[in-house]
Ligand binder design. Structure first.
Ligand code: ZN
Length: 305
């Protein structure tokens, strides 16, 4: 018997992952290609289609293609409504149409952070929950919200962009064009900036946490500050969504107790949130994006579209 398979594609600013996945969430074959965003949107879509063709040639029983992409995605049309300069030429890209034309398979496209939330909900740390938030703390902060078992997409595909919750009025500039966003304080980029501003000599957020683990007082103050801002953002998320759990993944989550201990302390000190919402590490690691991308195929292929 041939298993039913989906092709998942996770499109990020630096690299893209492609994987064949079965319905149990097992990845059969994965490989990465560099995004080379500077070459522009047309070059990127052409290379993705070429890579997808190579993967599809190896899988029988293919149900469809699920894609997670950076940017604001119109799920209904599978088009990128808006991407930052991290992906030049990606705004307006009819991603689903291009893949459908190339392969004649059904295609679904979702925002990458939403795809990660889908993955954790279906296969990871959010299994069995109806309401959850998934945050990916990396270069930026990706957010995905599942409410009543459904992804929150909003009117413009920008629902669940939780990294842009304001936490410091008039604060540090953010990649979104606003200022004082959570992303500017609790992403790897934000943590490194705060560290440098307070004279900590580190080349990455990972190094800031390593210094903090070694007892460096200035680094520890920075990691405490990042946790406080993250707690503040999570209080806003709890107010908006009342989730059963907030799952935290991405490179910064590797800091473990240096992140989670002060975060839980702040949340437990808040009478509005206390005892109401678990905060725990996401389970699927960097593969969450491609797993969630592929999961769309199993979620939606029976649905009338
Ligand atoms: Zn922002």
């Amino acid at each position: 018997m041939t298993d039913r398979l989906a092709l998942g594609i996770d499109i990020g600013g630096t690299s893209c992952s492609l994987a064949l996945m079965d319905e149990a969430g097992r990845l059969r074959k994965t490989f990465d290609i560099p995004t080379r965003a500077h070459e522009g949107g047309e070059a990127l879509i052409a290379r993705l289609i070429e890579a997808a063709g190579r993967v599809l040639a190896e899988g029988a029983g293919m149900l469809g293609i699920g894609i997670g992409s950076a940017g604001q995605i119109d799920f209904a049309t599978g088009t990128c409504r808006y991407a930052t300069e991290a992906l030049p030429g990606w705004t307006g890209m009819p991603i689903a149409d291009r893949f459908r034309a190339a392969f004649g398979l059904p295609v679904w496209v979702e925002n990458d952070a939403n795809a990660a939330a889908l993955a954790e909900h279906r296969y990871g740390a959010g299994r069995g929950l109806s309401d959850l938030i998934c945050l990916t703390l990396g270069t930026g902060i990706g957010g995905g919200a599942i409410a009543g078992g459904r992804l929150v997409r909003g009117a413009h595909g920008a629902g669940g962009e939780l990294g842009h919750i304001p936490v410091e009025p008039g604060g540090a500039p953010c990649a979104c064009g606003s200022s004082g966003c959570l992303e500017a304080y609790a992403s790897a980029t934000g943590i490194l900036r705060m560290a440098r501003e307070s004279g900590v000599e580190a080349g990455s957020a990972r190094e800031v946490y390593a210094l903090a683990a070694g007892g460096d007082a200035a680094a520890l103050a920075v990691t405490e500050r990042a946790a406080r801002y993250l707690a503040q953002g999570i209080v806003a998320m709890v107010a908006a969504f009342d989730p059963q759990a907030v799952l935290i993944g991405g490179g910064v989550s590797q800091a473990g107790d240096l992140l989670f201990a002060p975060l839980r302390r702040h949340l437990e000190a808040n009478p509005f949130v206390r005892g109401r919402c678990a905060v725990r590490p996401a389970a699927l690691g960097p593969a969450a994006g491609v797993i969630g991308a592929a999961a769309q195929v199993f979620l939606y292929h029976n649905r009338e579209d």
